[in-house]
Design a protein. Structure first.
Length: 282
């Protein structure tokens, strides 16, 4: 079997699934890309060049994978489904540029990319159920130069939300301090097989010149604050346990915010100051 170059059609996809007796698993978000324009667009947005190191999450039937390899990229991919993993192993068996693991992307957010790879990009049609915790994992470590992600519309809105919007959450603030969202494209359900019941967005992100990584403690403090998003910052600060002194210091030293403000109105760069305070006073 040879791999495709991102040219799978709905009937070809249905045939492969039948041949390998695989019924798409809804729980694993198995909606396969069947539109070569979207595959091409994803590679174009990621500016994929020969020898680029690319991480892919959930390669599925290898549509994006094949296209990436055809461009000369080296790919690290993580697929959780053992049947799809076996199919990919067989299909790409002669491919030296594919490093595939059968694992959970939440445990391997960078698909086992070796630490000595100097820089890399992520191109992925994500399983929608894990997009937020997976992105949180990516934002905790080595940051890719670019990310081109297929997302459920609601996740794309959350990721790019600004303060005061109902979609604003810790992930919106953290992402905006490390990446610029350079484009968002609506993708029709007809580009996938089977067709998903949700709307999709292809989002391209570029790493900022001085990206900020929030520490695990700062993330925990922010999550605590957002779990009380209707409460005032002053009340949150008094009830934040080990983080109370940090929140109080943050409030005192941030003229832009008041104790009567709510977490959802605090702009990302002010949250980044809470990160600094927490890290300075461990
Ligand atoms: N990349 C393929 C494509 O574009 O046609 C498939 C994308 S499909 C939306 C999501 C893929 O992620 C499926 O192959 C699914 O089995 C895999 N997947 C789901 N949850 C996963 C997880 N936690 N870790 C790794 N892969 C996962």
């Amino acid at each position: 079997m040879t791999h495709n170059n991102g040219q799978l059609s709905p009937s070809c996809t249905a045939n492969i699934l039948r041949d390998i007796s695989h019924i798409p698993r809804k729980k694993l978000g198995q909606n396969f890309l069947v539109d070569s324009n979207i595959v091409r667009k994803s590679l174009e947005l990621a500016d994929v060049n020969p020898n680029d190191c690319i991480v892919e999450i959930g390669p599925g039937l290898g549509t994006l994978t094949g296209a990436l390899i055809s461009r000369g990229a080296r790919v690290w991919a993580v697929e959780i489904d053992p049947e799809l993993y076996a199919y990919l192993r067989d299909t790409f068996r002669d491919e030296e540029n594919l490093n595939l693991i059968n694992a959970d992307a939440l445990e391997f957010p960078l698909a086992g990319l070796p630490p000595d790879v100097p820089d890399f990009k992520i191109v992925a049609n994500l399983p929608y159920a894990i997009s937020t915790p997976w992105l949180d994992g990516v934002l905790s470590g080595r940051l890719p130069q670019k990310m081109v992600l297929m997302l459920q519309k609601e996740a794309a809105e959350r990721f790019s939300a600004s303060s005061s919007s109902g979609d604003y959450t810790p992930i919106s603030a953290m992402l905006s301090q490390a990446y610029a969202a350079i484009s968002k494209h609506k993708v029709s359900a007809s580009c996938f097989y089977p067709r998903p019941k949700v709307d999709s967005i292809l989002m391209a992100l570029e790493r900022l010149p001085n990206p900020l990584i929030f520490s695990p403690r700062a993330k925990a403090a922010m999550r605590f604050a957002f779990s009380m998003r209707r409460k005032q910052l002053g009340t949150i600060a008094k009830n934040a346990g080990e983080f109370s002194p940090h929140f109080l210091k943050w409030l005192e030293s941030s003229p832009e915010i008041r104790a009567s403000d709510r977490p959802e109105t605090v702009e990302p760069h002010i949250w980044s100051r809470l990160n600094t305070i927490i890290e300075q006073t461990k």
